[in-house]
Design a protein. Structure first.
Length: 323
């Protein structure tokens, strides 16, 4: 049975059932009998998303758009499999990501470099190509925005680099919320306490760009959003405070990476330093979670974040040598 939650303004948050409950979400948003999926999870997630349509009495022909915020496989890996079941849907993708949806070979190879070939098969299943005729490129970037009509409900797409260069975010004026993909970090519900959320950056390989991310953050905040709809995981409020946490953490991550740059066995030390940073922050916030549980929840993201920071360090060193 698909696990999902009815939110506000005809928005449903669906657990894409990746690795553990509450890790990654897809959103089904509707208006006047027309629907869109925002982020899809993996190919293994597609049956759960389709079951939600069935549970809600929504015909598969009522889905107009499938909208991965970016082409990382936990967000877009299931797009092709999902599109096969949605006869009228068009895939809306960032200009930098379109070719990877039509021919996902390089995307799969990039994931295999991080997780290994067997890990990719286990985590993501088969990544199905999308026919070029069903792909709509969202012409965002260089100050451009793109608006898509969902039964009279405008969805505004803006370029959102920082986590990845092929990333857009979606503004929904009706709910006064952004569907942020990874551009507002990750916030797992297990970390919630006393009405507050805890936010973690996601600096996964290979395009972490701190200045671009800070600019994206300012674009997002300019709309004075009430909510952020995170892929990892769910709807969060208290946006201004979380935004400051994200700014602080991005600065701390860069400092930690530089401190560990020349350390033997750098990756292990960098990963440990990131875990310790978050444990210290949780302690300062008087968070009640036991340390052993916090370490379990932090392990996956800090491992990937360390890999992304190492790529960023290499890029910074190359820039330094060429200056």
């Amino acid at each position: 049975m698909a696990q999902y939650q009815q939110l506000n303004d005809d928005i449903i948050c669906i657990d894409t059932e990746q690795q553990r409950p509450g890790l990654a979400a897809s959103y089904l948003i509707g208006h006047a009998g027309r629907y869109a999926f925002i982020d899809t999870g993996t190919s293994r997630s597609a049956p759960s998303l389709l079951r939600v349509l069935d549970d809600q009495g929504i015909g598969r022909g009522q889905v107009d758009y499938v909208m991965p915020t970016h082409v990382h496989l936990d967000h877009a890996g299931g797009a092709g499999a999902l599109m096969q079941a949605l006869p009228n849907a068009r895939l809306v993708i960032h200009p930098r990501g379109a070719r990877h949806m039509i021919d996902p070979g390089k995307l799969i190879a990039g994931a295999a470099a991080v997780y290994g070939s067997e890990g990719v098969r286990r985590m993501y299943g088969e990544v199905v190509p999308v026919a070029a005729a069903r792909v709509v490129v969202a012409e965002v970037g260089a100050g451009r925005e793109a608006t898509f009509d969902l039964g009279g409900r405008p969805l505004l797409l803006v370029d959102a680099p920082g986590h990845a260069r092929h990333h857009y975010a979606i503004w929904d004026a009706l709910s006064r919320g952004w569907f942020t993909g990874d551009s507002f970090g990750v916030s797992y519900r297990e970390f919630d306490w006393d009405g507050r959320h805890y936010l973690i950056p996601t600096t996964t390989p290979v395009q972490f760009d701190p200045p671009a991310w800070l600019q994206t953050l300012e674009w997002l905040l300019a709309e004075s959003p009430k909510y952020m709809y995170l892929t990892h995981y769910g709807r969060v409020g208290g946006v201004a405070a979380l935004a400051q946490t994200l700014r602080d953490s991005l600065g701390a991550y860069q400092r930690i990476a530089r401190e560990q740059a020349d350390t033997p066995d750098r990756h292990a030390h960098l990963t440990a330093a990131l875990v310790n940073y978050h444990l210290d922050e949780l302690s300062l916030l008087d968070h009640p979670m036991p340390e052993i549980r916090a370490r379990q929840l932090l392990a996956f993201d800090t491992e990937l974040n360390a890999q992304g920071l190492e790529v960023w360090l290499a890029r910074q060193q190359k820039i330094g040598r060429s200056a």
